[in-house]
Design a protein around this ligand. Structure first.
Ligand SMILES: [Ca+2]
Ligand SMILES: [Ca+2]
Length: 484
């Protein structure tokens, strides 16, 4: 019996034995499909939702378009289905489970509840507020589906930034083959023992270094590495930090790379608005003597960064090599106007760089104000800026993007929305000695909800159209311990 069938049997067993006694606020499936919004019509997409194969059970709607089934009549062809289901009756105000009727609307002007389906609702609370869970059953026919929420969908090409609560344009992350200048969009972390360096693959077979790089497979190809030396001791670490990543929710997001060597390579992810990082992959504890392809899956709700960390082993001959780091199409980065902090001694501090026209550049500090700094820190998810005398000048090749920035209020959502010089135009007195650096304080309070729902394969998948996946439905089973 394969693993999937075992998992399905376990899930079904618990559905039948435990579900009647567990709290649906704690144990429910998750439906994250923005297209269920009453603001989304079938015309918005050629894909239609149908719930005929939905397993009966408790569900929570988690999409950015809203988590509640509408309580007033919804017209046919809304909610990305032909027969939308709305809820007749009010949401419960107490903690009891209440019976309600979901109404399928076939378009009869005299009856908005042509097809009634019994459902139940429970009000739940969590630190961030109130939400509702619904006990749903499959629909009788297709295409008929439960509506959820009423907010508009993000336009094509944009994804929802759950942290800032708005849709953002995105761009592909630049792949890094280490052939050009520097480390592409990756930054060296300063708060570690080593930096990664680059070399070309012209080393002899007796060297600890690989003879060829991975990209070109020639002596002129380059890769990144760390290695032991008199000053590079066992256990020393070097970290590369990725640009800020948002996941598209339509494709899977992976980071791909090739590595070899005798030290340890680890991959972490870190919420962009927090300092906690979590391990998502580590290399096996053996010497790897050929370029080895690695794919690391990245699942994260809010914008995040990937950290690739090499650690030198204990034998004094240790080295780690890295080449061709890229992200899958489900990962993207924010477009023009995004900001980052570079070269700082800690997270939340450093030289301010703004992304514009495919390039990161600095801001000249002429007439810079505390309010401007607050906007930068707020855009990055911190509370405010604190005074700092530390400067982190950029290398000379870095462009100066902005000058004369003036934010009228700290409530402006991003620095590029403040008044400023034309992009790339600045006073002759501006040079990198005048780059703006900031230190931010106070992580945002919403950082605590970054993670995790246990996700298992669906006992029977919801009927989804072919092609792109426009969301997800996850069944979160009760804990396994009561029966084992
Ligand atoms: Ca470093
Ligand atoms: Ca290369």
């Amino acid at each position: 019996m394969d693993q999937l069938r075992v998992v399905r049997m376990i899930v079904l067993l618990f559905l039948s034995t435990v579900s009647s006694t567990t709290d649906p606020c704690q144990h429910h499936g998750v439906i994250n499909q923005a297209r269920r919004s009453s603001a989304a019509t079938v015309d918005d997409s050629d894909l239609v939702i149908c719930d005929i194969y939905l397993d009966k059970g408790w569900y929570r709607f988690t999409s950015y378009t809203g988590g509640e089934i509408p309580t007033s009549c919804v017209q046919p062809y809304q909610c990305s289905t032909e027969v939308p289901l709305w809820m007749d009756g009010t949401l419960p105000e107490g903690d009891d489970i209440v019976n309600r009727t979901a109404c399928g609307n076939l378009g009869d002007p005299s009856d908005c509840c042509t097809i009634p389906i019994d459902i139940r609702v429970k009000r739940c609370t969590e630190p961030s507020g109130v939400f509702y869970v619904y006990e749903l059953q499959p629909t009788y026919s297709c295409p008929m589906a439960y509506c959820a929420g009423s907010l508009p969908l993000c336009p094509d090409g944009e994804v929802y930034d759950d942290f800032h609560k708005h849709c953002i344009e995105t761009r592909p992350v630049v792949p890094c083959d280490f052939e050009g200048h520097g480390f592409c969009e990756w930054l060296q972390e300063r708060d570690d023992e080593l930096d990664w360096t680059k070399t070309t693959g012209h080393h002899s077979s007796g060297s600890v270094l690989p003879g060829l790089d991975h990209t070109l497979g020639t002596a002129t190809g380059s890769y990144a590495f760390i290695r032991s030396s008199a000053s590079n001791q066992p256990g020393y670490r070097a970290r590369l930090i990725s640009p800020v990543i948002v996941t598209s929710k339509t494709d899977t997001c992976n980071v791909n790379f090739y590595y070899q060597g005798s030290g340890t390579l680890r991959v972490y992810k870190k919420g962009y608005h927090g300092s906690r990082k979590s391990l998502v992959w580590r290399s096996p504890p053996i010497m790897v003597t050929a370029w080895t392809a690695t794919v690391v899956s990245l699942v994260h709700t809010n914008p995040f960064q990937v950290i690739i960390e090499g650690t030198l082993g204990s034998d004094g001959q240790s080295a780690v090599f890295l080449d061709d780091v890229s992200f899958s199409t489900g990962c993207s980065s924010e477009v023009d106007g995004a900001v980052r902090l570079v070269d700082g001694a800690r997270f939340g501090e450093g030289r301010v760089e703004v992304y514009y026209d495919h390039e990161w550049g600095t801001i000249c500090n002429r007439s810079w104000t505390q309010t401007n700094g607050d906007v930068i820190c707020s855009q990055l998810g911190y509370t405010s800026a604190v005074p700092t005398s530390r400067q982190y000048p950029a290398p000379s090749a870095t462009p100066i993007h902005l000058d004369e920035v003036s934010c009228s209020s700290a409530n402006v959502t991003k620095i590029s929305a403040c008044s400023h010089s034309r992009w790339g135009h600045y006073h002759p007195h501006c040079d990198h000695q005048r780059d703006v650096s900031v230190a931010c304080t106070g992580e945002h309070t919403s950082l605590t909800s970054l993670c995790c729902h246990l996700t298992l394969p669906l006992p029977s998948p919801i009927l989804m159209p072919q092609g792109r996946d426009y969301g997800s439905v996850q069944y979160q089973p009760p804990p396994l311990s009561p029966v084992i």
